[in-house]
Design a protein around this ligand. Structure first.
Ligand SMILES: [Zn+2]
Length: 132
């Protein structure tokens, strides 16, 4: 996937979620169709850690079922880096398990920045985020 399209409202919903849980990392899913996001789904980070995230498996399963029952696709997994880095981390690359965009929300100088990445075979490239 080369780009992901989302609304500013969806971006602000993700930022509000990760900001409310900082300095712990927060995470969630983006569902939609044809690389256009239609829904932001918040998922609990059961690692409760400032440096890693593990999605609560029950919430994740329910989210997957909701996505399927609404005839949407899982487009992206987002998580925060409250103290950086702005880019995907070696741990993120090692643990990437899905063919989806990985969105990182990093807090830099008090501002949240969102970037998208596609991870494949241990390497990655940047995916453009189109904010409407
Ligand atoms: Zn990360």
């Amino acid at each position: 996937m080369q780009s992901l399209t989302l609304t500013n409202e969806q971006l602000q919903k993700m930022i509000a979620h990760v900001d409310s849980l900082a300095p712990l990392e927060a995470c969630g899913l983006l569902a939609g169709k044809n690389s256009t996001v239609e829904s932001v789904i918040e998922v609990t980070n059961q690692a409760q850690s400032p440096v890693r995230y593990v999605m609560n498996p029950i919430e994740q399963l329910h989210a997957f079922e909701w996505i399927e029952s609404n005839a949407l696709d899982l487009l992206a997994i987002f998580h925060s880096h409250p103290t950086g880095p702005e880019t995907i981390s070696p741990t993120d690359i090692a643990e990437a398990a899905y063919d989806v965009v990985y969105v990182v929300l990093a807090r830099v100088d008090g501002q949240w920045l969102a970037r998208g990445f596609w991870i494949e075979d241990g390497s990655y490239y940047e995916v453009t985020l189109h904010i409407l």
